[in-house]
Design a protein around this ligand. Sequence first.
Ligand code: AMP
Ligand code: ZN
Length: 115
Amino acid sequence: MDNDCLFCKIIKGEVPSTKVYEDEFVYGFKDINPAAPIHILVVPKKHIASLAELTDEDEKYVWAIHKAMNKIAEEQGFKENGYRVVINCGKDSGQEVMHLHYHVLAGNKFGDKIV
Ligand code: AMP
Ligand code: ZN
């Protein structure tokens, strides 16, 4: 945990959030400024600054996040229609919060296909 990190504070409940999912390794909550009808952030409960900072020790968090996204999609009813996952990593991507997070976007058909 990092005392100055917004998402660490959210995980600890020191900053309010709208929780959609939680397990031993993962916390999922609604993005405060949604970029799609459904916009959920899924984060590891360990402070990992970005994708670039991942180590072999973090393997369990990555797998837990992927499983959690699947569960969330099922529970929130967008598994069938599908969803987009975005990870910003570092300066050029525009990453603002330096705690690894997966953006899960759903609820409409995305016209702006980047890749
Ligand atoms: P990124 O630009 O990839 O670092 O994404 C950071 C995301 O965090 C943005 O989509 C913000 O809208 C979101 N965000 C910032 N503060 C909060 C907060 N207090 N609760 C929920 N989401 C937040
Ligand atoms: Zn953190």
